[in-house]
Design a protein around this ligand. Structure first.
Ligand SMILES: [Mn+2]
Length: 259
């Protein structure tokens, strides 16, 4: 049986992603899940995306940055927010325009087939993977959903990739997460930001908390594109977390942090 790895919010840091692949030595029957936001802000969004697209055992989830690009290119939803503030769309768009038409189409096709949410069971533990929030199980059921699923409304897609239990704006009440028996693996809000606003609900090699007090919501966004706006002795800079879903012999989970 292959192993399952999860990381999130790489934001164009191709070098860190390649270092991660080196470290985990991903085998053909292993799977690496990336919980969205591979583009924008970092040095090589499309180099990273193209590598992901070429690996059958690396699976991408939709993040709000992929949604912003998708909507901008197809003139859907809130198509202009990609260029706003620090979202990074302007820089990515200028690179995207220099790609061939064939590459551009392949990217859009790939994004449209990315996961919105996926449910796994590994070593007897249930995991619910998404960029940030989840689809209401009363409406969508407990199932894997891709971005091109015809049942999806744009508003529901928006909510899954933008709303967060760890943000004051675009807040998602975490109440409903607490009622299920899943560990919710999400990204979207860098742990560096969350740490000073919320109780720690973070899985990371030096910030590990147990999952009894956190409602089973584990944020693994290591803040790749985050400058050190809250420097501390144990975490000065952002980086890339990766978590392995197979339990270690002592019941803990292996993780790494790449800077
Ligand atoms: Mn995000």
């Amino acid at each position: 049986m292959g192993k399952h790895y999860v990381c999130s919010d790489i934001h164009g840091y191709l070098n860190r992603y390649l270092k991660l692949l080196d470290e985990i030595r991903l085998e053909a029957d292993d799977t690496l899940y990336i919980l969205g936001d591979v583009i924008d802000r970092g040095p090589d969004s499309f180099g990273l995306l193209k590598d992901i697209m070429n690996r059958p055992n690396v699976e991408l989830f939709l993040g709000n940055h992929e949604l912003m690009m998708h909507d901008f290119l197809l003139h859907k939803g809130m198509e202009n927010i990609w260029f706003l503030g620090s979202n990074g769309g302007k820089e990515s768009w200028s690179v995207y325009q220099r790609l061939s038409a064939k590459e551009q189409k392949a990217i859009l096709d790939y994004i449209s087939k990315s996961w919105l949410q996926k449910l796994l069971e590994v070593d007897g533990q249930k995991f619910w993977l998404s960029h940030s929030s989840i689809l209401d199980p009363c409406v969508y059921g407990f199932r894997d959903v891709r971005f091109d699923d015809p049942a999806l409304s744009w508003d529901d897609v928006f909510r899954v990739v933008w709303n967060s239990p760890f943000r004051q704006d675009e807040f998602e009440n975490p109440g409903w997460y607490y009622t299920d028996d899943y560990i919710h693996l999400i990204g979207h809000v860098p742990v560096q930001r969350m740490r000073f606003r919320q109780p720690p609900c973070v899985i990371a090699h030096h910030l590990i908390t147990n999952n009894t007090q956190d409602g089973g919501i584990w944020d693994i966004d290591g803040g790749c594109a985050t400058s050190p706006f809250a420097p501390s002795p144990d975490m000065d800079f952002g980086g890339l977390y990766c978590l392995r879903l197979e339990k270690e012999a002592d019941g803990s989970y292996w993780s790494t942090f790449i800077q």
